[in-house]
Design a protein around this ligand. Structure first.
Ligand code: MN
Length: 233
C-alpha cells in the first residue's frame, strides 16, 4: 500500500528482561479510583461507578526521559498509577475471567494539566486537553504476569511517588475502589478491549504540582521504578 504521507510509527513499550517490545493500541484511564483522592478532588467516593477517559497512544513517554513542561498550564500535576497491559482482547468480560486477559503491569504517571481539567469540569466540557496532551503518559517497561503475578490482588503492595526526593503520594494497591479485575470487566462492557490496550488504574491522594527542573520518581512494589525529569525552562 502507498500512503499519501508516511504513517505514524507504532508506539511501544519496553519489556523488562526482553528485547521484545509491547505495541500499544489504546490508553484508557480510570478516574477517581482511590477514596482519599476522590475526596481531595471534591467528589463523593461512595456514589460513583468507575468512569474512564483516554489519552492518545503517542502520549507515552519511556522511563528515564526528560520531558518538556507542557504549554498552556501553570498547574501540572503528577498522578502515580498502576498500569495494566491487556494481552487478550474481549467484550463483556466477566470479573472472574478478567485477569486472564492481562499480559503484564507497569508503573505510570497520569500527568494532568489540572487548571485546564478544572476549567473543563466547571464548564461541563471534555477533559481531553487537561489529560491527553503530548508526553502526558510516562510508563516503565512492562513486566509480564508470569513474573509479577497480579499486584493488586496481593496484600498491601506499596505505591508511591517522590518529587526531588520528597514523598508526595503514598498508598497501597488494595485501596483501589475498583480492582483490576472489576475495572477490566466494567471497561469491556463499554468497549471491546484488544491486545495492546493499557489501563491507568487511578491515583491515590496527594496529587500536587511539579515545576521545570523537578525529578519525579515513582515506585510500585514488585512492578518497577519510574524516573522522569522535567526539563528546565
Ligand atoms: Mn489519573
Amino acid at each position: 500500500m502507498n500512503y499519501a504521507i508516511p504513517p505514524a510509527e507504532q508506539v511501544s513499550l519496553a519489556v523488562e528482561g526482553s528485547d521484545n517490545r509491547f505495541p500499544v493500541r489504546r490508553i484508557y484511564c480510570v478516574g477517581r479510583n482511590y477514596r482519599a483522592h476522590a475526596i481531595e478532588m471534591g467528589a463523593d467516593p461512595d456514589r460513583e461507578p468507575p468512569f474512564f477517559f483516554m489519552k492518545p497512544t503517542d502520549a507515552i513517554v519511556e522511563n528515564g526521559t526528560t520531558i518538556t513542561y507542557p504549554p498552556q498550564t501553570e498547574n501540572l500535576h503528577h498522578e502515580i498509577e498502576l498500569v495494566v497491559a491487556i494481552g487478550t482482547g474481549g467484550a463483556a468480560i466477566p470479573v472472574a475471567d478478567a485477569l486472564t486477559h492481562v499480559w503484564g503491569y507497569a508503573v505510570g504517571i497520569d500527568l494532568t494539566r489540572r487548571d485546564i481539567q478544572n476549567e473543563a469540569k466547571k464548564m461541563g466540557r471534555p477533559w481531553d486537553m487537561g489529560k491527553g496532551f503530548d508526553q502526558s503518559a510516562p510508563c516503565t517497561a512492562l513486566r509480564p504476569v508470569s513474573e509479577v503475578g497480579h499486584p493488586d490482588t496481593k496484600d498491601s503492595k506499596s505505591i508511591w511517588i517522590k518529587v526531588n526526593g520528597e514523598i508526595k503520594q503514598e498508598s497501597t494497591l488494595d485501596l483501589h475502589i475498583w480492582s483490576t479485575a472489576e475495572t477490566i470487566s466494567y471497561l469491556s462492557s463499554l468497549v471491546a478491549l484488544e491486545p495492546g490496550d493499557l489501563i491507568y488504574m487511578g491515583t491515590p491522594e496527594g496529587v500536587a504540582a511539579v515545576m521545570p527542573g523537578d525529578i519525579m520518581e515513582g515506585h510500585i512494589d514488585g512492578v518497577g521504578d519510574l524516573s522522569i525529569t522535567i526539563a528546565r525552562a
